[in-house]
Design a protein around this ligand. Structure first.
Ligand SMILES: [Zn+2]
Length: 89
């Protein structure tokens, strides 16, 4: 059984619940969180974004174009060589 994501309140460290969410597009969702601690009651908005593929879908959506983790790490390695002077500054 899948387990839902858990979020920690940045103020009191209690758990936070997702009160509502809204799809922006297939890879991006706005979520609205509320702290479970009655004495804190912090609420906030957050963004959940699917950033890259770990394992391909057996039913791929042709409109979804995601980089694989391999492509991301190869690109980062190439950038590290080219951007060496900028990253250390
Ligand atoms: Zn809290």
């Amino acid at each position: 059984m899948a387990r839902s994501a858990s979020y920690q309140c940045p103020h009191c460290s209690s758990g936070m619940s997702i009160r509502s969410s809204r799809s922006v597009h297939a890879l991006l969702r706005n979520i609205y969180l509320q702290c479970n601690n009655y004495h804190c009651s912090f609420s906030a908005a957050a963004i959940l974004e699917i950033t890259h593929e770990i394992s391909p879908s057996a039913k791929p959506n042709p409109e979804v174009k995601l980089q694989t983790i391999k492509e991301l790490t190869e690109r980062k390695a190439a950038n590290d060589e080219n951007m060496e002077n900028n990253e250390n500054g």
